[in-house]
Write a protein of this length. Structure first.
Length: 95
């Protein structure tokens, strides 16, 4: 799923296939590690479902947070800016 989230990040920011986008993700985080605005956004989007594979990522100098919201065995990638804005919300896929 880490590769899926980073791939989605590259696609949503328009650099896929052009070599213009580089993304690097760090180790897994807990929700306690997230800034308040980011934590609120993940919690609101998850609607009580577990959030997994939380990571801090750097895309061309911009900090974003990626994670997987898992509900009924299906994962949905979510990418959130430092300010707590949803940058990308993926479609639910088998987890």
């Amino acid at each position: 799923m880490k590769t899926l989230a980073i791939g989605m990040l590259a696609l949503c920011l328009g650099g896929a296939g052009r070599g213009a986008t580089t993304a690097e993700a760090g180790p897994n985080l807990s929700t306690a590690d997230l800034p308040v605005a980011v934590r609120r956004t993940f919690n609101k989007q998850a609607k009580g479902a577990p959030v997994q594979e939380l990571r801090l990522a750097n895309l061309n100098g911009k900090t974003v947070y990626t994670g997987q919201i898992v509900n009924k065995g299906r994962g949905r990638a979510l990418i959130v800016s430092e300010q707590g804005q949803v940058v990308f919300r993926g479609r639910a896929q088998s987890h």
